[in-house]
Each structure stands twice: as C-alpha cells, then as structure tokens.
Write a protein that binds this ligand. Structure first.
Ligand SMILES: Cc1cc2nc3c(=O)[nH]c(=O)nc-3n(C[C@H](O)[C@H](O)[C@H](O)COP(=O)(O)OP(=O)(O)OC[C@H]3O[C@@H](n4cnc5c(N)ncnc54)[C@H](O)[C@@H]3O)c2cc1C
Length: 459
C-alpha cells in the first residue's frame, strides 16, 4: 500500500525512531505528563536531531496530517499529542551546551529544566526556568516562563538570545534581535504557533547558593499572613520570589510560603526576617542551599501520570476582600489532597520590559493565581474538576480578564485573544507570514487571517 510505503520511507530517512500504534513502546511514548490525556497519534517521530524534525514537518505537510509538537510534554491541555495525525517528538533532543565565558547556554528543544540546570549549575550559572525539573524548556519559554529567578532576571523568554526554528515549509530560520526580528518577538510569549524550535540560546547568570525554603503556617492564620504577604511581596527587592499557596496535601490544609532569595545570604536573612517572624510557623526550613536544591523542592509532589486540572489568572485586586473570599472558599470545605491555590510572585525585572517588547504582555502583574487540582483515581475527575472551577469562580472577580497561556486550558479563541490583549493583531500578522495555513495549530492557537492587513513589524 502507498501509505505503508511512504511510512517506510519516512522511517528510513530518520536517525531517530518512528512509532506506529502497533509498535512496542507506542503506549509509553504517547503518554504525557497529565494523566487526563489519552490520545492516540497515527505516527510519532521521536527525532534525533534537526534533520529528523525537517523530515517530519515535510512528511506531515505533504500528507496533510494534523501535527502536534512535543517538548517536555508538560502542557496540561495535552497539545503535545493528537488523536490521529503525527507527533513531532523532541524529547530525545536534550543536549545543553554551556559557554561560561559568554554567559550563554544553548539547549535543544526537548531538554527539560532538570537537564538545563544540571549543565549550567556545573558552572554556578542559571537562568529563569520552571520550578519542576521535568517541565520542558520549550513550551515554558515560548509561553513566557516564570520561575524563582523571574524578579531578578526576568522571564525565561526575556533571557532568550536566539532560537533555531523549523517553519511549516520545512525551512530552518534563526530568530534573534538581528535576524527575523518579527519571529523572535513572537516566539517570546506566542507559544508554539510559528514553528518547531529545535534550539534555544539563553543568557545565563551567576547563581550558586540561594537562601530558600518553605515557611508553613496553620490555616487559621492564613488571612493575616496573606494580608502581610501582599504588602511585603510588592515592596521586597528583586532578589526575592515568594509564592503563597493554600495547600491540601498529605499533612492537612496549610498556607505554605516558598521563598527563594538569590542575592547574598546575609542580605537575604534581613529581607526575609519580617516574613519569618510574623507568627509562629508550623515549620520554617529556610536556609542557604544550592540553587539546584530549590529547583527540586517540588519533584516528589509532581509525579508524571497523575491527573491534572488547572485554572489561572493574573491578580488584579489583591484586596482584603479577595483574601477573605479565597481563604473562606478553601477552608469552607477543604478538598482532598492534592489541591492548591498558588499566588505566584511576579513584578521586578518582568515589569521593566515593555508590554509590546515581546509577545508576552502581562508586564504589570505583581501576582498570578493558579488553582491546581491533582488526583490519581479517574472516578474522582468530575468532582475534582468541579471543585477547581468553583474555586476559580470565587477568585475570578479579583483577576484580570486575561491569562498566562502556559496555564490556560482548552478555553477557546476568546481567551487566547484576551491573553494577548493588544499584541494579538501583531501575532496574527506574524502567523500569516510564517504559518499561513495554520499547520501548527495544536497550541493556544493564533489563527492566521489571510486577508488581514496588519503589519508584522511593530507599530
Ligand atoms: C508540573 C508543572 C509545573 C510547571 N511549572 C511551571 C513554572 O514553574 N513556570 C511556568 O512558567 N510554567 C510552568 N508550567 C507550565 C508550563 O510552562 C507549560 O505546561 C508548558 O507548556 C510546558 O512546556 P513543555 O515543553 O513541557 O510542554 P509540551 O506539552 O511538550 O508543549 C506544550 C506546547 O508547547 C509547544 N511546544 C513544545 N515544544 C515545542 C518546540 N520545541 N517548538 C515549538 N513549540 C513547542 C507546543 O505547542 C506544545 O503543545 C508547569 C507545568 C506543569 C505541568
């Protein structure tokens, strides 16, 4: 059969491996981080390098196949895989080359933050990256990228210096401040809409020991602590990131504040002291630790394969009323583990980049609120999703009507438009130029509009 012959030719052309549904290992390679996702692609190309990516793009385009692109596979919506179609799987492309003299690191598109930190920390260097080591550098950076260093060094995408991109036409382009600048602008927040990024070059910074840990307060102190946290977190120096999370975990419901201070330990002790002496905590583990330890705080919690449902928004009004509403909802009927309402700490260097300088535009936000539900038994899915939705509805009056695309579920075009605000028109113009047929559409999709006359250059 013609199709079999073409598939055979594709396999022959690869240095990596092609998986079809009957192949041994297929069920393993189609799995992604979120256990809610159970998709069955017709073909999975586990690429060994750039040539395989180009071959997979050309094959899918010529055969008119739906295409998914997989980096670290952490996207909660499961867009890294598809039913039918072809997955361009970069998870075997993990190399990271560090250039300590120039303070840069180049990583392949399938590397995770665990891979990246491992290599850069050997030289006492780091850049802003995800706080769970199994998250991919690709999806995270392309959507923006928040992490413990974000207030000192900006988002992951703010540290991107250049990227190698395979377009829908199978062409390799470099995107940087001096080459294909429009594409470079779009890649810094616009997600996987514009091509397959095979390699990312980042600025890295000296980061060795940090002052970090968690301060856990009983739930009945949560309102008072959050009121203090709100004012304190806005006033602290950029070296601090502190996330306040209401957690229903194995040890019961608590307010957990995770902090990371990336300046000198002596200065950090002074800066964190007011938070640590606010009221007697259940536990305070804050101590000088290697940065890599901080990046592993959550490794045991976020085991692959658990079922996830997330909803999130940027905080518009962190008022006493907001704190009352959120804590009352959480404490009113504490959900079974694992449930969390995380208030993540932004501002600092993030807000010193203009909203039109990159596709990521939420530069004024000081906090993001993430409702995270995670469970094991599929029979509990309906109840858990319902809890997360009710929780989000409680918080919604205090949130911006926009979203961080990396936390966004399958919420439709209006939400994607809202996420990009007045950067959306420019993104459509760039999509028209680089992907006019919407070949890359399994993502928070920016639909091309062929008759659209907007400018791909910044206006
Ligand atoms: C446990 C957990 C922790 C997280 N922590 C953080 C955090 O600390 N900070 C933060 O900002 N976000 C965080 N996130 C959200 C995360 O940024 C997104 O889930 C992101 O999409 C993950 O990227 P990935 O490459 O692992 O995912 P994938 O599922 O592989 O990819 C997601 C999408 O990105 C695109 N994509 C992936 N690779 C490429 C590529 N090489 N080229 C082009 N497009 C590509 C595709 O559109 C794909 O559908 C976390 C998510 C999870 C599940």
């Amino acid at each position: 059969m013609m199709v079999d012959k073409r598939i055979h030719e594709l396999q022959e052309s690869l240095r990596g491996r092609l998986f079809c549904p009957d192949d041994e290992g297929y069920d393993n390679v189609r799995k992604v981080f979120n256990g809610m996702i159970d998709k069955r692609p017709d073909l999975i190309v586990r690429c060994a390098g750039l040539a395989d990516v180009i071959a997979a793009v050309n094959f899918a385009r010529e055969a008119n196949l739906l295409v998914a692109v997989r980096g670290g596979g952490h996207g909660v919506t499961g867009n890294a895989v598809c039913d039918g179609g072809l997955v361009i799987d970069l998870s075997a492309m993990k190399s990271v080359h560090v250039d300590p003299a120039n303070q840069t690191a180049r990583a392949e598109g399938g590397a995770t933050w665990g891979d990246f930190d491992h290599e850069t920390q050997a030289f006492g260097m780091a850049t802003t990256g995800g706080i769970v080591p199994t998250t991919g550098i690709a999806g995270l950076t392309l959507g923006g990228g928040i992490g413990y260093l974000n207030r000192k060094y900006g988002l992951s995408c703010d540290n991107l210096r250049s990227a190698d991109v395979v377009t829908a036409g199978g062409q390799l382009l470099k995107a940087s401040a001096s080459e294909n600048e429009d594409l470079f602008w779009a890649l810094r927040g616009g997600g996987g809409n514009f091509g397959v990024v095979t390699s990312f070059e980042f600025q890295i910074h000296p980061v060795r020991s940090v002052l970090a840990g968690e301060i856990i307060y009983p739930l009945d102190r949560a309102k008072a602590v959050l009121r203090f946290f709100r004012d304190w977190s806005i006033a602290v120096p950029d070296e601090v990131r502190a996330d306040a999370t209401l957690i229903s975990g194995p040890n019961g419901p608590v307010l957990d504040i995770k902090v990371c201070y990336c300046g000198t330990i002596e200065e950090g002790e002074k800066v964190l002291q007011p938070l640590r002496s606010l009221c007697p905590p259940i536990i305070d583990t804050v101590a000088p630790v290697p940065y890599k330890t901080v990046q592993n705080f959550l490794t045991a919690v976020f085991q692959p394969g658990l079922l996830h449902y997330w909803k999130a928004g940027f905080v518009r009004e962190f008022s006493d009323d907001a704190i009352e509403a959120i804590v009352d909802f959480f404490a009113g009927a504490v959900p079974k583990p694992f449930a969390a309402i995380a208030i993540e700490h932004l501002g600092g260097a993030i807000s010193r980049v203009g909203p039109h300088d990159t596709a990521f535009n939420h530069r004024d936000a000081q906090h993001s609120l993430l409702v995270l539900r995670m469970w094991q038994d599929p029979a509990e899915s309906e109840d858990n999703i319902d809890w997360a939705r009710r929780c989000y509805r409680t918080a919604e009056p205090f949130l911006e009507n926009s979203a961080y695309v990396n936390y966004l579920g399958d919420e439709g075009e209006a939400k994607v438009r809202a996420a990009y605000g007045d950067n959306y028109a420019r993104l459509v113009a760039i999509k028209n130029k680089y992907d006019p047929t919407n070949f890359f559409r399994l993502n928070q999709n920016i639909e091309p509009v062929p008759e659209f006359h907007g400018s791909a250059r910044q206006t």
